[in-house]
Design a protein around this ligand. Structure first.
Ligand SMILES: Nc1ncnc2c1ncn2[C@@H]1O[C@H](COP(=O)(O)OP(=O)(O)O)[C@@H](O)[C@H]1O
Ligand SMILES: [Mg+2]
Length: 381
């Protein structure tokens, strides 16, 4: 804003309604250039910030159309606007952190920090100072003041991951913070009131830990106002193909590779896997495939051995025919081919890929041939 009638009020008014700067006449061109450049710089920073936020949100996108996933989404939407504490349970890699972030992002606290604490990764003697901070000189090694995670999360959300791994001593301290909404830095004398929403997660069944005396029951009830259970991947098989394709595109983009595709067989094989490491395991496998497989179509043979479907071909289903009983050359040839293929399958422990290799044919050709010859397959599981 440039004006010849500058006074403080108009300057304040102008900046209030959006002016970056207020310049009085007479105009100093150098000053205008300087300020315009600064304003442009700020604008580009703001744009970058928006782009980063979007990228960040994309990074935490939740994929899945299964009923289980839909239920989780509904629970997240219901819980998010409140300040209620949430306890998220589920196996490793099921997406507990993702759920916690989603709750924060949909809450009124979304512009405030989301602070994660991995209780399992912090050594026992450091966790107190990590959570509550410390004053300079509070203990040997405390060379400067440190702000704790609870304080950093003020106004926002703190995510206590693997809360079942906290020692009983730390549990007692956390319980006090939850009860009083106040913290005190280690070695400090002042207490600070804090406003923090607590979301906790555990891969252990905390009820069992209570029985064993490893987890405080009173803390459990404090944390478990809104319980959420994230199901393992094998309990929502419908989501596996979606996740595979999502992460295939994701890692192709990330690694600047051409778009890849899974063959139907490869996808089927991935769907039938156990995935005991859940989505974390799936993500790693797909990233590995994107990096290691040069061609665009990922087939079952490209999968690491443990992810190839264990198909078992029943021997009884393919009774060996009498070789000389064929009426025409065609049936005779088919009879021979059938016997020969079955023989080779046996040699290779009914593994199609290996058999195809020893027969020097494409795996898909062998598959087609077996179908044609009625060498039937029975799948495991
Ligand atoms: N529904 C989902 N859609 C897409 N990615 C997911 C989903 N759930 C989990 N992930 C990804 O899997 C990985 C493990 O998730 P995380 O939340 O850290 O699991 P946990 O905390 O339960 O061990 C993360 O990289 C996360 O982005
Ligand atoms: Mg986790």
């Amino acid at each position: 804003m440039i004006s010849g009638h500058g006074n403080i009020e108009t300057a304040v008014e102008a900046t209030k309604i959006g002016a970056y700067y207020f310049i009085e006449k007479p105009i100093d061109l150098d000053k205008i250039l300087l300020i315009t450049n600064r304003a442009l710089e700020q604008l580009s920073l703001e744009r970058e910030n928006i782009a980063l936020r979007q990228h960040f949100e994309q990074k935490y996108e939740m994929i899945g159309k299964s009923t289980a996933m839909e239920e989780i989404r509904q629970q997240i939407e219901a819980a998010a606007p409140s300040n209620g504490r949430v306890l998220i349970c589920g196996e490793n890699g099921t997406g507990k952190e993702l759920v916690a972030r989603a709750i924060h992002t949909l809450s009124k606290r979304k512009m405030k920090p989301f602070v994660e604490v991995n209780c399992a990764a912090i050594p026992e003697d450091l966790i107190e100072s990590e959570l509550f901070g410390h004053e300079k000189g509070a203990f040997s090694g405390a060379t400067s003041r440190k702000i704790g995670k609870f304080e950093l999360a003020h106004g926002g959300t703190i995510f206590l991951d693997e809360v079942g791994d906290m020692s009983l001593k730390t549990q007692a301290k956390v319980l006090r913070v939850l009860e009083e909404q106040k913290i005190e830095r280690v070695g400090g004398t002042v207490t600070k009131t804090i406003d923090v929403r607590v979301i906790a997660a555990s891969n252990k069944a905390l009820e069992k830990e209570i029985e064993k005396g490893n987890f405080r029951e009173d803390l459990y009830y404090r944390l478990n106002v809104i319980p959420m259970e994230v199901p393992p991947l094998r309990a929502r098989k419908e989501d596996i193909a979606l996740l595979c394709n999502y992460y295939l595109h994701y890692f192709c983009r990330e690694n600047r590779k051409r778009k890849k595709k899974f063959s139907a067989e490869a996808l089927e094989s991935l769907i039938s896997c156990k995935w005991s490491g859940n989505i974390r395991e799936l993500k790693n496998v797909i990233e590995r495939l994107v990096i290691m497989i040069p061609h665009d179509k990922i087939d079952i043979d490209d999968l690491p051995q443990t992810y190839k479907k264990q198909v078992e071909y029943s021997e009884t289903a393919a009774l060996e025919p009498d070789l000389f009983n064929g009426e025409s050359l065609k049936t005779a040839r088919e009879n021979f081919e059938r016997s020969f293929i079955i023989e080779k399958l046996k040699e290779n422990n009914w593994n199609i890929s290996k058999t195809a290799e020893s027969l020097k044919v494409e795996r898909s050709n062998l598959h087609r041939k077996m179908k044609l010859l009625g060498i039937s397959t029975t799948k495991e599981e």
